[in-house]
Design a binder for this molecule. Sequence first.
Ligand SMILES: *Cc1c(COP(=O)(O)O)cnc(C)c1O
Length: 341
Amino acid sequence: MEINLISDTVTKPTAGMLDAMMNAEVGDDVFKNDPTVNQLEAKVAELFGMEASLFFPSGSMTNQTAIKLHTQPGEQLICDKYAHVYNYEGGGASFNSGVSCKLVDGNRGMMTAEQVEAGINPPDFYHSPLTSLVCIENTTNKGGGACWSFDELKRIRKVCDDNNLKYHLDGARLWNAMVAKGETPKQYGALFDSISVCLSKGLGCPIGSVLVGSEKLIHEAVRVRKILGGGMRQAGFLAAAGIYALDNHVERLADDHRQALEIGSVLNNLEVIKKVEPIETNIIIFEVEESLISADVFVKKLEENNISIISMGQGKLRIVTHLDYTNTMHLKFLEILEDLF
Ligand SMILES: *Cc1c(COP(=O)(O)O)cnc(C)c1O
């Protein structure tokens, strides 16, 4: 039995999802003629109570499109030092939009409204880049699946309003945050200028992300998506997976969260583990006691037992629970952890 815990992106379509994909009605989406893509886009816009949405092949492309639409070259966006848009999109913010990032030293990937405000360059001080956008991430990836306080998000909205800044949410794992905190998509839709959500993470789709926003923003996003090479043809086969996942795979995220907590409590009891970061959703970030075992050896010993986890660098290891991590695998993994270490 192979147990792959490196990410929630490793899932394969379930039988039900494959069935939905195979039976999808399709057309050419570049001509806006794919009924299933149109249905997914209407469904997501409606979920968030926003005017429109657009289907994309990846979350990097949705974020990059939002950054492009909210900024001009030479300007600056504000994000946490852990942000995916800064660390993991290949330098896309500078490559695609010609913007720089003002990094905030937040807590587990989350900033305060005061920190955001302090990061804004005075608009008439032409020596500095003009600040035009704030990007936040919920849940935080590098921050270990942490969920924002909704009140703090509202306080940052106010800072954006007072300073004429756009506000983008990288919600690759927003579904996890909403399930963990009992929040609704409409709450988020009312707060942000644009939201990017992934279907290919916890929801278990093979591909797909959606950008949600105003009619005007999404109209402009069609062109940027085309420029980035993201205009897809019979994409309804993929959109069908997204519709299926939204109907069947959101509430079950609570199972992933429970399993993550159980893994965390076993790790916490192991002598070789120095620290487990707080677990709020499906991501577990932890450090080994280097005097007893190196992170590399820890990973290798699991590898020898057909269990894959990933290193985040700087001695931090990461485990992510997901749809394809069955209860049988879970019990086996906990048993192996206790036996091995
Ligand atoms: C996965 C992820 C993305 C998008 O990644 P893609 O692999 O391009 O779909 C964006 N933001 C965060 C926080 C992520 O975890």
